[in-house]
Design a protein around this ligand. Structure first.
Ligand code: XMP
Length: 516
């Protein structure tokens, strides 16, 4: 397998995902415990991930230098490249500016790292100039001895280097991100140097049956309760468990009062029509509002909601005699909530971060290791219609994370109404399927306006629409002005409390998709 040393980048887990996509086994290890964690494993290659620190800081993460004496191919990415330079005799210095975002890689010298897959197997290389994604502050300023300079970008001269004899490579950009045009090709080439075929993997019936068999093994004949949210993730997780344990599963939908307009009704209909399953709807709006009273901090809000969900679920589970709880946690939720040893927590997704330590239920998270697009593919194999597998995601904590400041019934009503207008008007947009999400946020900012002949002092709604493939990064969507204009007019006309609408033009990073 390929060992991925996790220096703490937010995209480290994407490296293992990319390797999985080409059927290459990998294992993530912490730098300090490389040899303990790889004892007994066959190491075919090593990838050093990116990370938020500076290699020249005393406190930055390190690995045993013996790793470089194993004679296996090594690929350093971002911090990993800097780590190689710093530790093999080169130099790393702070850059003048932080570089975050797209750049153009110019190849200075061909390398097996840059080979292209061709239909007839002829030897061709990726184009001399290609798009890459950068995210770094430091720069390598001199190469270690024996290394060749193979690529540069506009702002980073030493953006790629190689020691072909030792099969050690470094790239400053992130090949694991989709924004890097030939990123997957570079990872395939590296995997091939490590001895793998690196051919594309498919999510098929056999793949799904393996997941179902694993669930069966872990639950046995016990009773299971599923926390349905109506979204793709929890629906598919529930369906997988249903395939595994049948009627031992009871699906429960908690109406927190923080859902979109018509959500509960749609969910009941969709499940009855497509899943042939009935769901227990629990009305718990008042409990959630009480838990949110006076809470303004976003993380506290998420945790208060998480606790309330669990409290209600625990109660339902006891009534049913269930011992297991199904959750539709997916991989980005895990990474962003927990972080690894060297990465920082971005936000607590309630289905991961907010669970109380004394929770009595045992978690079953059948899609925890997958990304959204993989989850959708699993749904497709299960025979779910596209209408369901491609539903737009909606956060577990619901509208609460789209209300800046304290959550009250009045504010929920405003943001729900605004959201409903957004959803109606976006139907007219041809490019709506390409949107990852579009929604309204109650910003908590008040501003002066004029209504008729009178001054008003009202709420401000922000519209957020993004395009993304896995929610790890996103671009703000270029919605036509006419549609935005219609949304704005309707919101200010139909919701009396609102007198201003703004459009959020922030990518992720630096913003997250939700405001809280
Ligand atoms: P962020 O805001 O972190 O969102 O960029 C990434 C994606 O995750 C959704 N999201 C959540 N989903 N529980 C969920 O199941 C949560 O607590 C949660 N918070 C955010 C968000 O809507 C976006 O699609």
């Amino acid at each position: 397998m390929i060992i991925i040393v996790d220096f703490g980048s937010q995209s480290t887990h994407l490296i293992s995902r990319r390797l999985r996509e080409i059927s290459v086994p990998s294992k993530l290890v912490e730098p300090e415990t490389f040899f303990e964690q790889t004892a007994g494993e066959t190491i075919d290659g090593i990838i050093l991930s990116g990370g938020p620190q500076s290699v020249y800081d005393d406190a930055s993460p390190r690995i045993d230098a013996k790793v470089f004496e194993l004679g296996k191919p090594v690929l350093g990415i971002c911090y990993g490249l800097q780590y190689l330079a710093h530790n093999l005799g080169g130099k790393v210095e702070p850059g003048k500016h932080k570089e975050m975002g797209p750049a153009t890689l110019t190849i200075l010298q061909q390398s097996p790292l840059f080979l292209l897959d061709t239909p007839d197997g002829s030897e061709e290389y990726i184009t001399a100039k290609s798009a890459v994604w950068m995210s770094h502050g430091d720069q390598v300023t001199s190469l270690p001895e024996g290394f060749t300079h193979i690529g540069k970008t506009e702002t980073t001269d030493l953006a790629a280097f190689a020691n072909e004899a030792r099969r050690i490579y470094g790239v400053q950009f992130h090949p694991e991100l989709v924004h890097t045009q030939f990123g997957m090709q570079i990872l395939k080439n590296f995997a091939r140097m490590c001895g793998f075929d690196a051919t594309d993997r498919v999510i098929d019936r056999e793949f799904v049956e393996q997941i179902v068999a694993d669930i069966k093994d872990s639950i046995g004949g016990k009773k299971v309760i599923s926390a349905l949210s109506g979204g793709v993730d929890s629906s598919i997780a529930t369906l997988l468990v249903h395939e595994a344990v049948g009627d031992n599963l009871t699906a429960v939908y908690i109406d927190s009062g923080l859902m979109r307009e018509g959500e509960t009704e749609t969910l009941e209909r969709v499940f009855a029509e497509n899943y042939k399953m009935t769901i227990n709807v629990v009305h718990a709006k008042d409990e959630f509002l009480a838990a949110l009273k006076g809470v303004t901090d976003p993380e506290e809000k998420r945790k208060a909601i998480g606790r309330t969900f669990i409290k209600v679920l625990d109660r339902e589970a006891q009534a049913l005699g269930a011992e297991f709880l199904v959750q539709g946690t997916i991989w980005p939720d895990v990474i962003e909530s927990a972080g690894s040893k060297h990465s920082s927590i971005i936000k607590s997704h309630h289905n991961v971060g907010g669970l109380p330590k004394d929770m009595k239920l045992i978690l079953v998270e059948p899609i925890r290791n997958y990304y959204k697009d993989e989850v959708r593919a699993i749904g497709g194999v299960l025979g779910l219609p596209r209408e369901i597998t491609h539903r737009k995601p909606f956060p577990g904590p619901g509208l609460a994370v789209r209300i800046v400041g304290e959550v009250t019934q009045e504010k929920i009503d405003i943001v729900r109404k605004a959201d409903s207008i957004v959803q109606q008007e976006i139907e007219a947009y041809d490019g709506k399927d390409a949107l990852w999400q579009i929604f309204a946020v109650l910003t908590g900012v008040k501003s002066t306006g004029v209504g008729g002949d009178y001054r008003s002092y009202g709420e401000c709604i922000a519209i957020r629409a993004v395009e993304s493939t896995d929610a790890m990064s996103a671009h703000w969507a270029r919605i036509p002005y006419d549609i935005l204009g219609k949304i704005s007019t309707r919101i200010t006309n139909e919701i009396q409390a609102v007198n201003r609408v703004v459009y959020d033009i922030t990518d992720k990073p630096p913003g997250t998709i939700e405001w809280e």
